[in-house]
Design a protein around this ligand. Structure first.
Ligand code: KG4
Ligand code: ZN
Length: 345
């Protein structure tokens, strides 16, 4: 089964064709970064306008790369939640129209389920495992029982980890998108320079939760207070110390989940899963089997959408023509994920 997957939830216009949930026949990602860079962040109006301009050529290119026509496609999938409303609507409406006009099955996909599936495109991963979903909008630790069956153990109580990277980079005028830049700049800095604070969410319901707004505020407004003797306040040192703390916050909560569930396979997904320090720190845990998507599949792409869509379609799931987009997914809160939030509407 060949599925064409469209992704337009934020600032990448993307389309891919994936066969049987595994074989990537084409994967086109048109990034809008240069258009948002001058504003140091994503401008929603510009994002939706660019999606509308680019969606047709991007889909055409994906078909060309796969040496296929629309008639060779068995089904069409698109991200419909969560994300920027205007951006989501472009990809979703385009995909529904295409599917309807060609009389093909259509399925709407949760973006975060796509991120989690990215690692499955290149690996055979048995369930259950622990999922670490870290992106610009989310930070989730979940027990994953199946492609659409997640128990959210912990999530952020304020900012997402990607948001913290982006805000710190913006404040120090490092550029956009912040995560990649901080990752690179950190290699020139010393993470021992600053002892930034980590949240103290230790008990009960918050045992697996993360928080990044305190760290972000400390890095932005109180850096001097956390500078260690003998170190200089350089942006490289700030970046390295911030990144180290952010990664360790995630890993400390993840390790609690490992201990409590006994699960030792960890599958990461989302833009922040590209972070080199997060990868290195997790690799030090030889008791874990950590699986990361390849770098090109960590960020937003259509392959992860087409890949996970295959499994819904195989099960006989289809989305209605009146399926709409949702900017937020309240069910990402602890313990409420499962089918309703992640899978079907
Ligand atoms: O998954 P993604 O492309 O979009 C969302 O679904 O949000 O994630 C984007 C986020 C941004 O916050 C970006 O700064 C961050 O991922 N990111 C990184 C790295 N590459 C991208 N954060 C840390 N290190 C990186 N190498
Ligand atoms: Zn994403």
């Amino acid at each position: 089964m060949k599925v064409l997957g469209i992704e337009s939830s934020c600032d990448e216009t993307a389309c891919a064709i994936v066969e049987d949930g595994r074989k990537i026949l084409s994967n086109v990602v048109a990034t809008q970064i240069p258009f948002h860079q001058v504003y140091k962040g994503v401008v929603p109006e510009i994002a939706s306008r660019k999606h509308a301009e680019w969606i047709l050529p991007v889909v055409r290119q994906a078909l060309e790369q796969a040496s296929m026509t629309l008639d060779d496609v068995d089904a069409i999938a698109a991200t419909n939640r969560p994300g920027l409303m205007g951006s989501l609507l472009v990809g979703l409406t385009f995909a529904k129209t295409l599917a309807w006009s060609k009389n093909k099955p259509f399925i709407a996909i949760n973006h975060m389920l796509g991120h989690l599936y990215a690692a499955h495109l290149e690996n055979d991963i048995p369930y259950p495992y622990l999922g670490l979903l870290v992106s610009g909008g989310h930070s989730i630790i979940a027990k994953v029982n199946g492609f659409d069956d997640l128990e959210v153990l912990g999530t952020t109580i304020d900012d997402s980890v990607g948001e913290a990277f982006d805000k710190v980079a913006k404040y120090y005028d490092l550029g956009y998108p912040g995560g990649v830049i901080i990752d690179k700049l950190s290699k020139e800095g010393d993470s021992a320079a600053f002892s930034f604070p980590a949240p103290k969410l230790d008990k009960g319901d918050h045992r697996y939760d993360v928080s990044f707004s305190g760290l972000k505020t400390a890095v932005i407004h109180q850096a001097d207070a956390f500078l260690n003797k003998g170190f200089e306040k350089t942006t490289a040192n700030i970046a390295a110390s911030f990144q180290e703390t952010a990664c360790k916050i995630l890993i400390s909560r993840l390790m609690r989940a490992v201990q409590d569930t006994g699960l030792t396979t960890v599958v990461a997904g989302g833009g922040v899963a590209a972070n080199s320090r997060l990868r290195a720190l997790l690799a030090e845990h030889s008791e874990l089997n950590c699986i990361f998507p390849p770098l090109k599949l960590c960020g937003d792409n259509g392959a992860m959408i087409a890949g996970v869509a295959y499994h819904f379609l195989q099960r006989g799931d289809r989305s209605e023509w009146n399926t709409t987009a949702c900017a937020r997914i309240p069910q990402f809160k602890r313990g409420l994920a499962n089918l309703e939030a992640f899978g079907r509407r």
